[in-house]
Design a protein around this ligand. Structure first.
Ligand SMILES: Cc1cc2nc3c(=O)[nH]c(=O)nc-3n(C[C@H](O)[C@H](O)[C@H](O)COP(=O)(O)O)c2cc1C
Length: 163
């Protein structure tokens, strides 16, 4: 057992024991440019009204765009979309290059592929230490019957097929 207090790496490792899915969250910046980033902090909040949340690091390059945005779209990735997760977390390169996106609620770019997709209007934004917490009201959603991409202890994982 590891019980190291005040050690940021140990804290990260402890958090990493909570397996998650992986999402790509998209919006438009003030100039109408497409913005998107990988995030695994997504969580459900409320069924009625339909609310979800995620948190964004204040250091993220997309931070200013999401702070100004009124709408965003959350794409839960499928098991075969590890490369999409890498593309939307890479430091350089056009994250949208070659992707055939549609315009969703508020004009935000919608990725062609996903396991689930939630088109949101920003409901609230809360301070959360070195992150901000964005709560989205779900305006529209869709999902497909496929295995989602998993993430655990800093690595992508295969979620066993439970069908
Ligand atoms: C699996 C995974 C999950 C991530 N989850 C988050 C998250 O929830 N919030 C966040 O701000 N950044 C998260 N990131 C990091 C962002 O994608 C990050 O902004 C990006 O890796 C660095 O690009 P940037 O310097 O352009 O921001 C995650 C990265 C990966 C690979």
């Amino acid at each position: 057992m590891y019980n190291t207090q005040n050690d940021p790496r140990a804290f990260r490792n402890a958090l990493g024991q909570f397996p998650t899915g992986v999402t790509v969250i998209t919006t438009l910046d003030g100039g109408g440019n497409r913005v998107g980033m990988t995030a695994n902090s997504f969580s459900s909040v409320s069924l009625d009204p339909m609310l979800v949340l995620w948190s964004i690091a204040k250091t993220a390059s997309a931070y200013d765009a999401f702070m100004q945005a009124k709408h965003f779209a959350i794409h839960v990735l499928s098991a075969d979309q590890e490369s999409t997760s890498q593309r939307f977390s890479a430091k350089d390169g056009d994250r949208f290059a070659g992707l055939d996106c549609e315009n969703g609620h508020g004009g935000v770019p919608l990725l062609p592929k996903f396991a689930a997709r939630f088109e949101c209007t920003l409901e609230s934004c809360y301070a959360g230490g070195d992150h901000d917490i964005l709560v989205g009201r779900v305006e529209q959603f869709a999902h497909r019957d496929c295995i989602p991409l998993g993430f655990h202890a800093g690595r992508y994982i295969n979620i066993p097929d439970f069908e």
